[in-house]
Design a protein around this ligand. Structure first.
Ligand SMILES: Nc1nc2c(ncn2[C@@H]2O[C@H](COP(=O)(O)OP(=O)(O)O)[C@@H](O)[C@H]2O)c(=O)[nH]1
Ligand SMILES: [Mg+2]
Length: 384
């Protein structure tokens, strides 16, 4: 048994840890014995981390990072969680909050002592501090959702005409028979997903129905889903048939944009070199002989790395943070408008600053937080 006296334990409470043999029966009888002690009960999900938060050992972003670390499947997800657990994100938001509290204090001084000889530039200083913060928060929000995508996985859709080998490609990339491959066009109808670790980044790869006009009700629903999936993906692999080069279906052509990688499959049947579409290179591959597949993997990893790659500023990792930051930024914009237009009426911008401070404080937990605690801790497992 290990005894961790308060306040130096993980939770900040007195903690005793029993290390017992792992057999199910042994654990069960120890738990039964413990349950017989008055006041003893099993922990709720996330309760250890919640206590650590309530005892001031962690801020909320760090608590969330523990949940992320437990759930991390790839190295890049793990790195992001560890950085956040280290308090990087929390410190960034805290520094913004502190700057806002300072600006509010100056503004309140100007309101409370209108007759005193406060330096004339006070309101001007508040204005520029608020403007700088509004810019920093906007830049932080405008990050292409990279941190959230790293938590959720990068989404890639494989799309193109029927029978070009889309299902064969998902099988080659995932090294298993995830999707049915058949010579009949229109075989794939549902969206088939596989989860991959590509160079440390989590990726959800989706195979889709071939794009074509069809009277078949089920297949046309498949085509609708394929287009929807292409639309919501971070990256599209547009597959065409090397044998049909340079003709590409109208539907596929419409999907080629800056988020598309175009590949010509079946180059074992017809070797084509130096293909480009609208100035974009076309990768020749063969799902049958594996020619070009390693090159395709390299290109994919390059694309994903460029979008996720390491940055100096910690990344926003949750919708909860994004919403609070949006609220904060909007309140700051209102405060700026108010400070510009209504001289002598500083009460309104001051209230907007208070709203902004509360919004950003909710992220780290520096406010009345009871209501948001449940949201943060409910996804935890017991024992964390
Ligand atoms: N020769 C050759 N045939 C292929 C290649 N990739 C797929 N096929 C064949 O093309 C047909 C259609 O493949 P499938 O993956 O089902 O295409 P999808 O309809 O786009 O999903 C099947 O008979 C495959 O065996 C390739 O690289 N070379
Ligand atoms: Mg298919």
């Amino acid at each position: 048994m290990l005894w961790f006296p308060a306040p130096a334990s993980f939770t900040g409470d007195d903690v005793a840890e029993l290390h017992v043999h792992g057999g199910t029966a042994v654990v069960a009888s120890v738990l039964t014995a413990l349950a017989g002690i008055a006041g003893c009960r099993t922990a709720e999900p996330g309760e250890f981390t919640k206590r650590a938060f309530l005892n001031g050992k962690l801020d909320l972003t760090q608590a969330e990072a523990i949940a992320d670390l437990v759930a991390a499947e790839t190295e890049a997800q793990q790195r992001q969680a560890v950085r956040q657990l280290d308090g990087e994100l929390g410190r960034c938001y805290e520094s913004w909050r502190t700057a806002l509290v300072g600006a509010l204090a100056h503004l309140e001084a100007a309101i409370d002592f209108p007759d005193e000889d406060l330096p004339a530039e006070t309101v001007g200083q508040v204005q520029s501090a608020v403007r700088n913060l509004e810019r920093a928060i906007s830049a932080h929000l405008d990050d292409g959702r990279r941190g959230e995508r790293l938590r959720d996985g990068f989404r890639i859709a494989i799309v193109g005409p029927p029978n070009v080998g889309k299902s064969s490609i998902i099988n080659v990339l995932s090294r298993r028979e995830a999707a049915i491959v058949a010579p009949q066009p229109g075989t794939t109808r549902d969206v088939v997903e596989v989860h991959l670790d590509l160079g440390g980044y989590p990726v959800t790869l989706a195979d889709t129905a071939g794009l074509r006009e069809t009277d078949d009700l089920v297949e046309s629903e498949g085509v609708r889903r394929a287009l929807a999936r292409a639309e919501e993906s971070d990256l599209k692999l547009v597959v065409i048939d090397a044998g049909a080069w340079p003709s590409i279906g109208r539907e596929s052509l419409a999907l080629i944009d800056e988020n598309a990688i175009v590949i010509a499959n079946k180059i074992d049947l017809r070797a084509v070199s130096e293909m480009t579409i609208e100035g974009r290179p076309v990768l020749g591959v063969s799902a049958k002989t594996n020619v070009g597949i390693n090159r395709l993997l390299e290109v994919l990893q390059g694309e994903i790395g460029a979008r996720f790659g390491a940055r100096d500023v910690p990344t926003l990792s949750r919708l909860r943070h994004r919403e609070a930051l949006r609220e904060c930024r909007d309140a700051l914009s209102r405060a700026l408008d108010g400070l510009q237009s209504k001289r002598g009426l500083e009460e309104l911008p001051a209230e907007d600053l208070r709203i902004a401070i509360r919004a950003i404080g909710r992220i780290t937990g520096r406010v009345n937080v009871e209501d948001i605690l449940d949201v943060v801790f409910r996804d935890f497992c017991i024992g964390k």
